[in-house]
Structure formats: structure tokens, C-alpha cells
Design a binder for this molecule. Structure first.
Ligand code: HEC
Ligand code: HEC
Length: 291
């Protein structure tokens, strides 16, 4: 058949000489040259790739290629470089006195970024993602501080926690349970609640406020202050600023007086490393209410 090339009448194209079913002839239409050469180039390129780069799996690994390239090694190296760049800043943060961190913009930025990330992981479940707080959990954005808003006071709170059992230096102070321990009669609690509400401009019965005022001076002023402005040494909140940890309605204020509350926060020393705690203190301090 070879050599017997004919021209197909209908198309005018040369046939290969193959005949099927007695009368079907195959037209000779080779692949275009550009396609064929591209294909050859790809084969050559692939062989070059096999030689140079890791490609074929073998029984106990894979062919490594002449260049010794490895994605894993590249990533490991990049991570190492990133850590090295960070560790310079971490070292400096560790060595810098807490109060001096804000004097160095680069260090401050590093601490705030690290503190923000650690806050999202560890603190947001209680204090909220934006540190806005919630019932029983203080808002950390305002300048109303139960335990003090200086950066070192904030760090101490984070480190040792508040009323946290097992933490030796935890912040400790308990408001008496005036109702549960029957120190005051329910009526007296109502009156002193009215007086407390009047301190922040709340509406209250004048006679009750007067009666409550006497009880307050006797039972409450030692911790909350004669003027009701609170005392950070004792963790006694300011009662005059209309910012409430537990709520501002009369029933809630009465409940605070009845039970003494006693909110607790975990100590973080030992769970978080000192640089992270320092970063958290700087971050919380930077939220707007830091003193
Ligand atoms: C299990 C819940 C919980 C977690 C988690 C928690 N806190 Fe607290 N935090 C509290 C409570 C409750 C208080 C208020 C305690 C009180 O009544 O005095 C508080 C108080 C504070 C205060 C004192 C505020 C003030 O006005 O003086 C700071 C600062 C603070 N938290 C920061 C943090 C940081 C930073 C983290 C994360 C490392 C964190 N907290 C994680 C529950 C929590
Ligand atoms: C020994 C100190 C101490 C004494 C005395 C004391 N308190 Fe307190 N008080 C505290 C502390 C500490 C808290 C914070 C409790 C907490 O954070 O869970 C507090 C919280 C409160 C709160 C809740 C404030 C809020 O923001 O929700 C009210 C209201 C209050 N006290 C009223 C009184 C009244 C009224 C008296 C007197 C009858 C009194 N306290 C006596 C220490 C004291």
C-alpha cells in the first residue's frame, strides 16, 4: 500500500493509502509542525526537570534532583528567618522596662501586635473580642479601673489574676456578704442601694437615700471611700461613675450588696510566658483607658 498515494476526489487531499471497509480512505493530515515542536520541547523540558528537581517517588523516598531543592527546607528557612527577626524584638521587649516600652515606637508596635493576638486567644472569651467586657467582666477600653490602670498595675492583674485560688500573689479582697451573712437587714440593703444609686445621679427615694447614707458611712466607706470613688488597692469599684460591673438597676445593686459578688480572673503567670504577659499589659494599656 505504501507508495500508492492517491488524491481524494472530494477534498483534494492526499490519502495515506489505508483503506477501511473496502471504500473508506484515510486522508493524510499530519500534526502541524508548530504543535509537534512544542511537544518535543515539552518532553526535553520534562527530562531536564526530572534531572534537576525532586520528581519520582521511589520505594524509600523520591529522586532528589541535582539542585537539591526542597520546598520543606525553603519553608523551614523562611520560618527561621522570621523567628530570628522577631527574636531580636522579643529580646529587646524582654529587657526593656515595662514603663519604657511606649517610648520606643517600634517596640510599642511589636508589643501591641503581640498583645492583641494573645488577647484574642486567651482573654476574648471573657472580656470580648474588643475588650468591651460584659456582665461581671470589666470593659478594658474605658478609664474606669477596678484594680488600677497604670501599665504595671495591669500587668500585675494579668500575672497573678484576681481572687484566683492557688495563685500566691493574686489580687485579694472580699466585699462582705451583707445579706447572705445577715450583716444588714433586707430593708437596710434596699436603702443603701438607693444611696449608692444616688451617687451616680440615679433616681431614688429621698428618705431612703438619707437612711442609706448613714449605713454607707458605717459599712461601706472603708473600701469604696467616703465619696464613693472606690479604691484600687482593695479592688473596690468607683460607685459614682455610672459604670457598673454587674448592672445599674436597683435589684442588681441590691444583689451585689447581698452577695458581695467576688468576681475571679485566672492568673496567667506560668501559662503565658513573661514577654507575652508584658505585651498583653502594653496592649490593654493602649486600648484607650490606660493611665
Ligand atoms: C475566665 C474569665 C476571664 C479571662 C479568661 C480573663 N479575664 Fe480578665 N477579668 C475577669 C474578671 C471576672 C475580672 C474582674 C474581676 C473583679 O471582679 O475584680 C477581670 C479583670 C481584669 C482586669 C482588671 C480590670 C480593672 O478594671 O482593673 C484586667 C486588666 C484583665 N482582666 C485583663 C485580662 C487579660 C489581659 C486576660 C487574658 C490574658 C484576661 N483578663 C482573661 C475574667 C477573665
Ligand atoms: C472590704 C471592702 C468592701 C466593703 C466594706 C464594701 N465593698 Fe462593695 N465592693 C468591694 C469589692 C472588692 C467589690 C468588687 C466585687 C467584684 O469585683 O466582684 C465591690 C462591689 C460593689 C458593688 C458592685 C459595683 C458594680 O460596679 O457593679 C456595689 C454596688 C457595692 N460594692 C456596694 C457596696 C456597699 C453598698 C457596701 C456597704 C454596705 C459595700 N459595697 C461594702 C469591696 C467592698
Amino acid at each position: 500500500m505504501a507508495g500508492h498515494k492517491e488524491i481524494d476526489e472530494a477534498t483534494g487531499v492526499e490519502t495515506t493509502g489505508h483503506v477501511w471497509d473496502g471504500d473508506l480512505r484515510e486522508l493524510n493530515k499530519p500534526l502541524p509542525k508548530w504543535w509537534l515542536y512544542t511537544f518535543y520541547v515539552c518532553i526535553v523540558w520534562a527530562i531536564g526537570y526530572w534531572v534537576l528537581y525532586p520528581t519520582w517517588p521511589t520505594a524509600n523516598g523520591y529522586t532528589k534532583g541535582m539542585l537539591g531543592y526542597s520546598q520543606r527546607a525553603t519553608v523551614t528557612e523562611e520560618v527561621k528567618a522570621g523567628k530570628a527577626a522577631q527574636s531580636g524584638l522579643r529580646d529587646r521587649l524582654q529587657k526593656t522596662a515595662l514603663a519604657d516600652v511606649r517610648k520606643n515606637p517600634e517596640l510599642l508596635q511589636f508589643a501591641v501586635a503581640g498583645g492583641k493576638a494573645a488577647f484574642a486567644d486567651n482573654c476574648a472569651p471573657c472580656h470580648g473580642r474588643g475588650a468591651q467586657g460584659g456582665n461581671g467582666y470589666p470593659n478594658l477600653n474605658d478609664d474606669d479601673w477596678i484594680w488600677g490602670g497604670q501599665v504595671d498595675a495591669i500587668q500585675q492583674t494579668i500575672q497573678h489574676g484576681i481572687r484566683w485560688q492557688g495563685a500566691a500573689d493574686t489580687r485579694e479582697s472580699a466585699m462582705p456578704r451583707f445579706g447572705l451573712d445577715e450583716i444588714l437587714e433586707p430593708a437596710q440593703i434596699g436603702d443603701v442601694a438607693d444611696y449608692v444609686l444616688s451617687l451616680s445621679g440615679g433616681k431614688a427615694d429621698a428618705a431612703a437615700v438619707e437612711r442609706g447614707k448613714a449605713t454607707y458611712a458605717e459599712q461601706c466607706s472603708a473600701c469604696h471611700g467616703e465619696d464613693g470613688k472606690g479604691n484600687a488597692e482593695l479592688g473596690a469599684p468607683n460607685l459614682t461613675d455610672a459604670i457598673w460591673l454587674y448592672g445599674s438597676d436597683r435589684a442588681t445593686v441590691m444583689e451585689s450588696i447581698r452577695t458581695g459578688r467576688g468576681g475571679a480572673m485566672p492568673a496567667w503567670a506560668g501559662r503565658l510566658d513573661p514577654v507575652t504577659i508584658k505585651s498583653l499589659a502594653v496592649y490593654v494599656h493602649s486600648l484607650g483607658g490606660g493611665k
